[in-house]
Design a protein around this ligand. Structure first.
Ligand code: SAH
Length: 347
């Protein structure tokens, strides 16, 4: 089995160099070439001897996912369909903003969690992504968009396809690679990992020294409602989820984010908003509201803007609460719409 270079940490690359009869510092040069200078593979790394590059290319390859397709939204958002080594594909989203850019990346091909408002759920889980494939999405989009993370602020959100906490080892390794100041150099505080609430994994996630910020998809104001919308609640109860959040080791600069998808007539009433405020009252957190992004086969509809604002106002009396602008809805790039649609626009 070829083991691609992208996804390997410094120690592994040093080992690799040594095992090929090269001095250890060649491993560091390889690391810098892949992650700091972002060459995509060994070929372009001119600090390395030609013969060593050829061996690396032959036996490993960079393993960068290739851009299979791109869809452009009228709002500037770009949805990428990236092809992996086994020809499976995943989606990653480039979201340009005024002061910064955001990349929304995937952690699994498909998803096993089965949330009733999300299109990715319809795919089921195909497989986990490797750390290299997670980092590879950032490197591939960064190349395609000519991003310079050292000059312009870039945020990474692991909110694409998949449930990050069900692929924890790869997510943590990818985060170390993304955050390393000697490499890709995206600070931990600009990386966000969003979970549907895999309770036992929350403490484990928090035990890693290098980790992104944690966002939790709440999406309901009580246990019964949440079990309907997110059947995973039957296994990981809402009370236990909130307990795990209370115990979560926040760093001094950090707070939790709770995401809440508003579904018209289902979880968007004033009473729901008050219940959310009460549920979260003793947590250091903020709430991001997202009005449902509709999709074929999703049996819910989007609340009116006035309803969203009323909900926000009520939550905001107790907890900082913001409305997340939908981006890329017209190209199926918005939250919950990632199912590798080949069409560029909603029907
Ligand atoms: N599995 C992770 C990350 C992927 S989902 C998680 O559940 O958090 C990323 C965010 O999109 C979640 O907050 C989810 O609740 C939200 N989402 C899913 N489907 C959506 C839809 N149709 N409209 C708006 N947001 C949606």
């Amino acid at each position: 089995m070829r083991r691609p270079l992208i996804g390997q940490e410094l120690g592994e690359l040093v080992e690799l160099a040594l095992s090929r009869g090269e001095p250890g510092y060649r491993g560091r040069q390889l690391y810098q070439g892949l992650y700091r200078d972002q060459h995509g593979g060994p070929e372009g790394i001119s600090t390395l001897p030609r013969a060593f590059r050829a061996v690396l290319e032959r036996d490993h390859g960079g393993g960068l996912p290739s851009v299979q397709n791109r869809f452009a939204s009228s709002d500037g958002t770009l949805r990428y369909l990236l092809r992996l080594a086994d020809r499976k594909s995943v989606e990653s989203i480039f979201i340009p903003e005024v002061e910064r850019d955001t990349l929304c990346i995937s952690t699994q091909v498909g998803c096993a969690v089965d949330c009733k408002f999300c299109l990715t759920a319809l795919l089921g889980l195909e497989r986990n992504l490797t750390a290299g494939e997670i980092v590879g999405q950032v490197l591939a989009l960064s190349r395609d968009q000519n991003l310079d993370t050292r000059r312009r602020r870039l945020n990474i959100v692991m909110m694409g396809m998949g449930e990050p906490l069900l692929n924890l080892a790869a997510v943590m390794k990818a985060t170390r690679l993304l955050a390393d100041p000697e490499g890709i150099a995206i600070p931990q505080r600009r990386i966000t990992v969003s979970t549907a609430g895999i309770v036992p994994k929350i403490a484990e996630f928090g035990s890693h020294e290098v980790r992104g910020k944690l966002a939790v998809s709440l999406n309901a104001s009580n246990e019964r409602q949440r079990t309907k919308l997110m059947p995973v609640t039957a296994r990981f109860r809402l009370g236990d989820l909130l307990d795990a959040c209370r115990r979560y080791p926040l760093r001094p600069w950090e707070r939790l984010t709770f995401e809440y998808v508003l579904l018209r007539g289902v979880n968007d009433s004033n009473a729901d908003a008050r219940d959310v405020r009460r549920l979260l009252s003793n947590l250091k957190c903020s709430v991001n509201l997202i009005a449902l992004n509709p999709g074929p086969g999703i049996p819910y509809s989007t609340p009116e803007p006035g309803r969203v604002e009323a909900f926000r106002t009520i939550v905001h009396r107790g907890i900082p609460c913001f409305v997340r602008k939908p981006r890329g809805r017209d190209i199926f790039a918005a939250c919950g719409q990632l199912q590798r649609t080949e069409a560029a626009s909603t029907p």
